[in-house]
Design a protein around this ligand. Structure first.
Ligand code: NCD
Length: 310
């Protein structure tokens, strides 16, 4: 893929290095331009539909804000209870209907593969905002944009991914993008929440170095980036197992003192207890800058899906 115009955004593996370069450039142009004005007219007359079957704060609101700041309009299904989904309408029929009103659909759904299903049912672009434990490609792109801004390049990246690597769709998407740059990985998790075997073996086949460990400090001290994640309570069928693993990894001031060098810390948010609030003052704590980058990145993606550049 070299041109995002009219394309679906479904999976981290659909991007090449040159696509990422173009997306970063567009996001950075938008970020610069936003210092001079609040909004643009590039997407005037276009309508974005957001369709969220799972909770969201950042993803949905940043997509809606992005569309409005580009001059477009937004329609939203609101709550599932308030829509015909509550009457038993299928996902396919719901997206087919919405595609008659909107020019692009952003969807979050608990079933892995659901965004692809939606994309196959309609002719307008569909953007995956999280499909169960599958993928979350726009989060991965904003993570990549943040890494680029915080660290300056993707060279010699050693990344510790920590937490719920089994259920976390953000890490599943991000490893795809980072693997384009020969990054090295430490996967830090309790044994029951390890990165799915098909992902680690796929990375190793590509020649990427992956080490799995339960020792966050050891991994962090060998890395230049920590990507922290929340234990995904809603994915557990057995809540006693959740109680057993919750709080497994916590970054607090005591942990920061044990780090041998300054570290960049990212987190897709929301956090529960895995990063304590006092860590927010640490210069490498970049997760709220990451939130802000999400707006620029999603403005860039929407523009590119409509074939516009700035
Ligand atoms: C993530 C998600 O929904 O997968 N949130 C987000 O989009 N920033 C991470 C999470 O819920 O833990």
């Amino acid at each position: 893929m070299t041109n995002l115009k009219g394309k679906d955004i479904l999976h981290g593996n659909q991007f090449l290095e040159k696509d990422i370069e173009a997306i970063i450039k567009m996001a950075s142009n938008i970020e610069k331009a936003l210092k001079k004005k609040d909004s643009f007219t590039l997407l005037k007359g276009k309508i974005l539909a957001t369709l969220f079957f799972e909770p969201s704060t950042r993803t949905r609101l940043s997509f809606e804000a992005a569309m409005q700041r580009m001059g477009g309009g937004v329609i939203s299904l609101g709550s599932v209870e308030g829509s015909s989904v509550a009457k038993g309408e299928t996902l396919t029929d719901t997206v087919r209907t919405i595609s008659q009103y909107a020019d692009v659909i952003v969807i979050r759904h608990p079933r892995t593969g659901s965004a692809k299903e939606a994309a196959d049912a309609v002719s307008i672009p569909v953007i995956n905002a999280g499909d169960g434990t599958g993928q979350h490609p726009t989060q991965a792109l904003l993570d990549i944009y943040t890494i680029y801004k915080e660290l300056g390049s993707f060279k010699e990246l050693v990344v510790s991914m920590v937490g719920d690597l089994k259920n976390g769709r953000t890490v599943h998407a991000l490893v795809e993008l980072l693997s384009l740059y020969q990054s090295r990985f430490y996967f830090v998790s309790p044994k029951s929440l390890r990165m799915p075997e098909e992902i680690t073996s796929h990375l190793r086949k590509k020649g990427i170095k992956v080490e799995e460990t339960e020792d966050m400090l050891k991994a962090a001290n060998a890395s230049n980036l920590i990507y922290m994640t929340r234990i995904q309570k809603e994915r557990f069928t057995d809540l006693t197992e959740y109680e057993r693993v919750k709080g497994s990894y916590i970054i607090d001031e005591t942990f920061l003192k044990k780090l041998r060098k300054k570290m960049t810390i990212l987190h897709p948010l929301p956090r529960v207890d895995e990063i304590t609030p006092e860590v927010d003052r640490y210069p490498g704590a970049a997760y709220f800058r990451q939130v802000k980058n999400g707006l620029f990145l999603r403005m860039a993606l929407l523009s590119m899906v409509f074939g516009k550049t700035l």
